[in-house]
Design a protein around this ligand. Sequence first.
Ligand code: C5P
Length: 303
Amino acid sequence: MGGPVTVRVPAKVNVQLAVGGARPDGFHDLANVFLAVGLYDEVTVTPSDSLRITCSGPDAAQVPLDATNLAARAAIALGARYGIAPDVHIHIAKDIPVAGGMAGGSADGAAALLACDALWGTGASRTELLALCAELGSDVPFSLVGGAALGTGRGEYLTALDVGGDFHWVFAVADGGLSTPAVYAEFDRLTEGTAVPDPVASTALLDALRTGDATALAGAVTNDLQPAALSLRPSLAETLAAGTAAGALAGLVSGSGPTTAFLTKGADSAETVATALRESGTCRTARVAGAPAAGATVLARGV
Ligand code: C5P
């Protein structure tokens, strides 16, 4: 069966998150433009007597170590599919903000799936792995593929997008998380009684990604969940103001928040904005990251 397998997996930011009305199943149809960014978790799976999870990193205490963790669910789902007992020790070295709107939990699910697949030698096709990812959660397929992609449906149907250059981002990490279902519920409350348009990807935004034009991208980023996140966490407005005052080209809530994302002109500008955000007292910390980043990747394989 082999020794430990380690997979590195990126965080994401949604450069466009267009949200439609609630569907009968409670989910929302999306036009979700994902961009993978260079903040990473590393997930290592090792054969063990039973399934267990450990986690290290500054936010480790906030990560559930039971079967609700998407990494555990991924091992169980892949094992069930191939008739393999999911007896593995999963260790998550966590660097992606927890419950921050950067798909940290989804990333760990995709990474554990890929790691267990390599450990067990299932021979699963990419299509099968993507289908299992979609069962685990709306953002999990994107964590597997990385780069940039348009997600439709509830976000799980992916079309890869061309990206013509590197983008420099700063992420302001807030104290505490926001629950994704709670933010969608607040979106429903705020839009109640209004006609919510069908979500459509912005041509200007896709063009800006394709040409690698940061200024054009800054003019096109949108997040329909932002009013809901701000309603639940009004202090995020101060973080957004601090980042844009420091010279960011654009600032927006990342996904369902509460992490806020700032697009900058280049690497130097990103450092300046990050320093200003850290000194502003409006966030817990600020992280600099480049995009696009590769999807889940096997880093090391024992024998
Ligand atoms: O798919 P995932 O488990 O990550 O979704 C978490 C929650 O976010 C869902 O239970 C739902 O409340 C909300 N959601 C939604 N529409 C989507 C994606 C997620 O309403 N497209």
